[in-house]
Design a protein around this ligand. Structure first.
Ligand SMILES: NC(=O)c1ccc[n+]([C@@H]2O[C@H](COP(=O)([O-])OP(=O)(O)OC[C@H]3O[C@@H](n4cnc5c(N)ncnc54)[C@H](OP(=O)(O)O)[C@@H]3O)[C@@H](O)[C@H]2O)c1
Length: 301
């Protein structure tokens, strides 16, 4: 049997932790690194080692799998002091599962190419538990030769690998899908608050919506989070939902397109972040709706 590629996993939050666990369960024994050290501790029995810095994690790695909150985090981990770019060897490949804009993605890929390091977008459609269980769908994009070089890792990350094309296409697909999710959750919160204000029971409303043909697996899941008020155990933080909508609106604007519904939804998530609740699950948009009554936080008050 051929030897597995040596992999470093950086960013062990909900999604990054799920993907790293998945690789561990398949016998990969990656090197792991996380900015806050406590999140790496769980991996001590299964990782080959816990690295002190991204550059340390890069030592000997053929592949660096990163799953980081946002563009600032990706910039810091790749190009900051003790960053990956300082230490990855030419020929190594960064698999980036972070949701960023297509423009940022292309720029980062170009800068890594200047030092001989490849980069593949690997946008994940799953929640962290699904990722951990190998149930993620992975949309990959990049130079065909680079994607081929790391295909064994991409395949291991989930149940389905879809290869889209040039860098930027997987980011775009992810932003398209999360635009739907973000807008659905805002409309769910508004519909529930309306029904409740008009005299219906909230639990009955959420159960009825979840069971209806107007629901979807992800709506149904969020109805459960809302019913049980499990906002403080986020599978996808409200702040990240808002980020993705902002990225979609900005990218669409670059194509001369307005997305008024998505833009309004983005402002609702921003209001949630501004109220100090961005770390809660995205379903907490219902709290925002119930507390401000959907007050005119759309910039037109
Ligand atoms: N959760 C999902 O369902 C899901 C699905 C698909 C894609 N995604 C995307 O995957 C990425 C990770 O999401 P997540 O849910 O795992 O988020 P998360 O649980 O909030 O984890 C974020 C990770 O980024 C790290 N980080 C943040 N800022 C950093 C910085 N300046 N320098 C270094 N590390 C930094 C965090 O480190 P600390 O632990 O030190 O804070 C943590 O490891 C995001 O781009 C998200 O949009 C998420």
């Amino acid at each position: 049997m051929s030897k597995k590629m040596t992999v470093a996993c950086l960013g062990l939050g909900g999604m990054g932790g799920g993907l790293a666990h998945r690789l561990c369960e398949l016998g990969w024994a990656p090197v792991v690194w996380n900015r806050s050290a406590h999140r790496a501790v769980d991996f001590a029995p299964v990782a080959s080692r816990i690295a002190a810095t991204p550059a340390d994690a890069a030592d000997g790695a053929e592949v660096a799998l990163i799953s980081l909150a946002d563009e600032k985090a990706v910039e810091a981990v790749l190009f900051g002091p003790d960053g990956l770019a300082e230490a990855l060897k030419p020929g190594a490949v960064v698999i980036d599962a972070s949701t960023v804009t297509p423009a940022f993605s292309r720029d980062v890929t170009r800068r890594l190419a200047e030092i001989g390091v490849g980069r593949v977008e690997a946008n994940v459609i799953a929640n962290p538990a699904q990722a951990r269980g190998g149930d993620a769908r992975v949309f990959a994009a990049g130079e065909p030769e680079t994607v081929a070089r790391v295909r064994e890792v991409l395949v291991a990350l989930g149940r389905q690998l879809v290869e889209l094309g040039a860098i930027g296409t997987a980011s775009t697909m992810k932003l398209v899908l999360n635009s739907l999710l973000g807008a659905q959750l805002v409309s769910l919160a508004e519909a529930v608050s309306y029904g409740e204000k008009a005299g219906l029971d909230r639990d009955l409303l959420l159960r009825t919506i979840a069971d209806s043909a107007f629901s979807s697996p992800v709506m149904s899941y969020r109805c459960g989070v809302m019913r049980e008020e499990r906002y403080d155990r986020p599978t996808f933080r409200a702040e990240l939902m808002g980020k993705d909508l902002r990225f979609a609106v900005g990218d669409a604007a670059g194509h001369g397109l307005e997305l008024p519904v998505i833009a309004t939804a983005e402002r609702r998530y921003q209001a949630l972040v501004d109220s100090g609740r961005g770390g809660l699950d995205a379903a907490a948009i219902l709290l925002q709706q119930l507390t401000d009554g959907g007050a005119r936080n759309d910039g037109q008050a």
